[in-house]
Design a protein around this ligand. Sequence first.
Ligand SMILES: [Zn+2]
Length: 94
Amino acid sequence: MRKPKAYVEVSCLCCGELGPHNGRGLRKTCYLRHFHAGTLDDFPPLGQTLTCLWRRENYAELRERNIPLREAAERLGVHQRTAERYEARLKAAA
Ligand SMILES: [Zn+2]
């Protein structure tokens, strides 16, 4: 197993510069700048993005068609662990 990195490097959402990710797709310098300027709300928190919703919906659809969990995960390009979380969420919602 690879150790997780201390930080993730991102290409910043506002200026495209590379830097350590701080949150909302912004590098640290920019995150702090937007935080102090009160413009942080222009950048929605990650994890609530459309791609996330899109994957969950597609996952539900694949499972409805009796596609096995492992294969559904592969098709969506997510880790099996992630698919298991989607699965738990589906069951909770059912
Ligand atoms: Zn920036």
